[in-house]
Structures are given as C-alpha cells and as structure tokens.
Design a protein around this ligand. Structure first.
Ligand SMILES: Nc1ncnc2c1ncn2[C@@H]1O[C@H](COP(=O)(O)OP(=O)(O)OP(=O)(O)O)[C@@H](O)[C@H]1O
Length: 549
C-alpha cells in the first residue's frame, strides 16, 4: 500500500479501507494482464507476418516443455492465427471484467459515502490505466525500434547446418589476422583515431577451433584457429561496418548431429546489402583455395559427411612403391571405370567399383589409396563401421550422399564382419548396429546411381565372408605383401638417389627376408644421412634394434 493511499484511507474504517485497496489491486492486476496479452498478440502478429510469405513445406521448430518439436509452416500458421484470435478474445473478456469491477468499485464508494476524489483516481483506477499505458508505451517504443531496424538495417542469418557456416568462421578469423597485421604495421604517422577504430573492431571474445594433422611418420601437428566466440563483433569490410552475432541456442539441438544449434547473423546498413554476396563468395573462395592441391578427408557426422582435420597435401603416387606394375594396373582400372559412366548406364549396371587391398601390416595399403586419391584429384570418405549408433539406414544414406569425386574407404574390414558372423544378424559390430546384410545392400549401391569408388583394406582376407568380396562388390583384389627385391631396390634409390651400387648390396643382404615396406622406410629414415650406414646396419632392420648415435 502506498503512503498516499494509506493517508487517504486513514479517515475510513479499517474494513472499508481494506476493501478499497482490494478493488484497486484487482483493477491494476487486470490492466497489467491486458498489457501483457497485448504484447503477446503483437508478437504472434510478427511471427504470422514473417511466416505468411514462406512456402508451406518449410520446417519450423517449437520448444514445448523443453522438447523441440518439428513442424511445417502450413501446420503452424493456422495454429498461430487461432492462438492470436484466442488472445484477442481473452483481452475483450478482461476489458469487460475491468469495466464491471470499475462499476462495482464506484458503487461501493457511493454506498460508503466516499467521494471519488482525484487521489482515488490517481491511486486506483487511473493507476491501473497507467500500468496498461506503460505497457502500450513500451510496445510502441519496441515497435518503433523494430520498424527503424527493418527500414535501416539488413541482416543475413547463416545456420550451423549450412555449408557456408564454417567458411564464414574461417574467413572472419582470417580478416582478423589481416587487421592485426595491419595494426602491427601501422606507422607512427597513422592517426590515433584510425588505430583506435581498428583496435575496437578486433573481436575480444574468441573461440578456438583445433585441427590435427597426422603425418606419415605418425607425428601429429596441431593447428589452432581463432574464430569469433559467442556474442557480437563488429568489423569493417571495404569501408562498410558489419555486425556479426554468433549465437548458440542452448535449448535447441540439431537433431541430425546432436550438436547445439548455432547461427551467425550479419547485420549492416540496408544500402550496403550487396556486401553479403561479396563476403559469401570471398569466404567460399578462401575455403576452397585451402583445398587446392590437397586431399580432403571426410568422416561421417550423423547422417552427413564433414571434413576431418585440415586438407592433406597430396601424396605423389610415385612415393608409394608397390611391386612392379601393381600401382599402374590399379590406376588404369580406376581410369577405365571413371571414363565409362555411360557404358554402365546403358547396361543398367550400378555405377560402382570395389577394390580390396589385402596383405600384411605396413605394406602401403592406406598410403596407396591416399596417393591414388591425390592422383585422381579425389577426396576420401573414411567410413567407420564401428561408429556408435551407425545403423543400416544411415550407412545406406551415407553412401548415397557421399561428396562427389570421392573414394569411399573401409579400413580393416575384417574387424567388422568375419566369416564367423552371427548368422542371426541380430548383433551389429560392437556399438554400431549395422547388420551384415545392411552392409552388403549399402555396398551394392542400390540407392545410388552416382559414381561410387569403394576401397577396402584388410590384413586377413581369409577371415572375410565370401559374400562380402564376391565380384560386383569387390571387383579387383590386390595383394600388397612384404617388400620384394624390386621394391627394396626402388625404395633404396628413392632415399639415396645416386647410389645404385649400394642399392644392389643392400638388396643382396636382405632379399630373402620378410620385411615390410614400412620397416624399410623406418630404416632409411634412421640412416637418412648415410646410404652406406643403411647397408652396413641391415642387422638393425631385422632385429628392430636401433641405437642412437
Ligand atoms: N610400399 C610403400 N611405399 C612407400 N611407403 C610405404 C610403403 N608401404 C608402407 N609405407 C610407409 O609405411 C607407413 C605405413 O604404411 P600404410 O599405413 O600405408 O600401411 P598399411 O598397409 O595400410 O598398414 P596397415 O595394414 O597396418 O593399415 C607409411 O608411412 C608409408 O609411407
């Protein structure tokens, strides 16, 4: 109760004063409720106006009791309109209730001989209207600001699901690096204002995106990319100021990947709207330029393929030394396949070709596939059959949506399905739920008419179910064994180009030994500075006992 109200009711009996205050409170509550509902009806109107021009099939989401429900515009729009009408009806009813209460209050005042003074109006009914009036004023200001924003500013939203999302993050971080370099190189003559503006535009909240790169020798290097963190950042591009807002929805998740839903919204003055096209093009060009001359490795992420780490420098096919002609035979076969799409099409044969590279560990199976991808200018999709939650449907889908010009790689296929598989097929591989027949169907490429190159590797061909490697699923089986004398010689001369004579001595010392090409590589790396030491120390190659110094 306010002081003025207490003073006013001080001359009345406590019961009457309490009744008066009750009336005032009830009237005020109704007025505030009306104000809130007006705001809600207004917000419904905004959503309806935004959705109306959209196609009815477009998806939209609503959070109901913490559960995200997916709907389409055509389902939601009528519901919103019904809701809005419902709110308006409630407002009408509340107004009637208000009027009734107001009349009852007046009668009560009359009955108790209370004069309806100005103070009564100020602290009673009118105060209620002040509450409603404030709500209306607040709405007015909000609408005004919204209108000004719509007229003067233009925004572009990029959801994390969109391909350009990662491009944008990388591009923005690159812009920041350019700005930092600019700042560092600014001379003493540069005005204080110019420096301050550039400094102010540098983002203060950064997020780190780490990428790993595994080198052929097994070492891993890490690259930290600083990208703008959550929140708002401002930067200048070609003389235009652009606000970037990176938002993470805490209650919304991307159902397909389980990751939080994120968006980047760029806002600029509406007269500068063309700048968005320019930025998107630049971001895409920048991202693609990083891939030129490189092999992109993809892994599955939910139902889609995502780049894994940074694109790798292409490996030259000559650097993988297989037995005589093996490399060329596979390359010719792949070329023959990729150039004859129409031939497959005319005969109704699924346009796919499967290869199985088998042999002991370290014979160059994976290295060859990577080098082949580089030679063909293809990328590699690594399919991990043991991935948690992988199902037959998702496997089929992944094979269907694999990026164009990519090799599908299934490594160590024996670990997934062997001859002794569970005949009931109930059990999938470890945590994945892929069944053997699901894998066969996916490999047959029933769902795909696109070109599909599939490579599998194994150390144990004898463990594989014949159904998996029958012609049509595996069209070419190639054995990559331990180093033959020819491979030993060629590897030696690759590491020590001018030492033909020493190469012969080296081969003579180990020709009848079972040594993998990976071991040979390790030996040459250890004696990289001396071909003679590599020949003199072939014992360490056999014993794997290398002493430093
Ligand atoms: N034939 C080869 N020519 C050149 N380098 C080779 C060859 N074989 C193996 N290497 C080298 O040995 C290392 C391991 O090779 P890679 O991973 O390709 O063997 P792998 O046959 O796939 O082995 P695993 O069966 O264990 O997967 C790589 O660094 C690679 O450069």
């Amino acid at each position: 109760m306010s002081a003025a109200s207490a003073q006013d009711s001080g001359k009345l009996s406590p019961a009457v004063a309490a009744e008066i205050n009750k009336y005032k409170q009830e009237l005020q509550n109704i007025a505030v409720k009306i104000g809130d509902l007006e705001t809600e009806a207004d917000e419904h109107g905004l959503v309806i106006d935004t959705m109306k021009p959209m196609s009815g099939d477009r998806k939209c989401f609503r959070l109901i009791n913490g559960v995200l429900v997916e709907r389409t515009v055509k389902e939601v729009l009528p519901a919103l309109e019904v809701n809005k009408k419902g709110i308006k009806d409630v407002i009408e009813k509340l107004l009637e209730e208000y009027k009734k209460k107001e009349t009852a209050f007046k009668e009560f005042q009359k009955k108790n001989g209370i004069q309806q003074t100005n103070s009564a109006n100020i602290f009673g009914i009118d105060t209620a209207w002040v509450g409603a009036g404030l709500a209306v004023l607040r709405q007015g200001a909000r609408r005004g600001a919204e209108l000004a924003r719509r007229q003067l500013l233009v925004s572009m939203e990029i959801p994390s699901k969109d391909k350009s999302y990662q491009w944008m993050l990388i591009w923005i971080s690159q812009q920041n690096q350019i700005n930092s370099r600019k700042l560092a190189s600014m001379s003493q003559q540069t005005s204080w204002l110019q420096k301050s503006i550039l400094k102010a535009a540098m983002p203060r909240q950064l997020a780190v995106e780490t990428s790993f790169k595994q080198h052929d020798n097994g070492s891993v290097s890490t690259n930290f990319n600083l990208v703008p963190g959550q929140g708002k950042h401002i930067f200048n591009y070609k003389g235009r100021w652009i606000q970037i807002e990176r938002l993470r929805e805490t209650k919304m998740v991307d159902f397909t990947t389980g990751s939080p839903w994120e968006t980047i919204t760029m806002t600029t003055l509406s007269r500068d709207r063309d700048v968005f096209d320019d930025i998107l093009t630049k971001a895409r060009e920048f991202a693609l330029a990083q891939q030129v001359g490189k092999t992109v490795l993809y892994t599955s992420f939910g139902p889609e393929w995502r780049p894994f780490g940074l694109p790798r420098k292409r490996r030259c096919l000559d650097s993988v030394i297989l037995d005589d002609n093996v490399s060329q035979t596979i390359l010719n076969d792949v070329h023959d396949f990729t150039r004859n799409g129409q031939w497959y099409d005319e005969r109704g044969i699924p346009y796919r070709r499967g290869y199985l590279l088998y042999g002991p560990p370290g014979s160059g199976k994976t290295s060859f596939i990577q080098a082949l991808a580089g030679e063909l200018e293809y990328n590699i999709c690594i399919l991990n059959l043991s991935e948690r939650g992988l199902t037959d449907d998702r496997l089929n889908h992944l094979l269907t949506v694999a990026p164009e010009r990519s090799i599908m790689l299934l490594e160590d296929i024996d670990a997934a399905f062997t001859k002794e598989r569970d005949q009931s097929e109930k059990a999938g591989y470890q945590q994945s739920m892929v069944t053997f027949s699901g894998l066969l169907n996916a490999l047959d490429g029933v769902a795909s008419s696109e070109e599909r190159l599939i490579f599998m590797t194994t150390n144990h061909i004898e463990r594989l179910d014949p159904a998996l490697i029958r012609p049509g699923r595996v069209d070419m089986k190639v054995f990559l064994g331990n180093a033959t004398p020819s491979q030993m010689r060629r590897m030696f001369t690759r590491f020590y180009p001018c030492d033909e004579q020493l190469a012969e001595s080296f081969v003579d010392k180990i020709r009848d030994k079972s040594i993998s090409t990976a071991h040979l590589q390790g030996h040459f790396v250890f004696y990289k500075h001396s071909a003679k030491a590599a020949v003199d120390n072939t014992d360490s190659l056999l014993t794997q006992n290398y002493k430093s110094g």
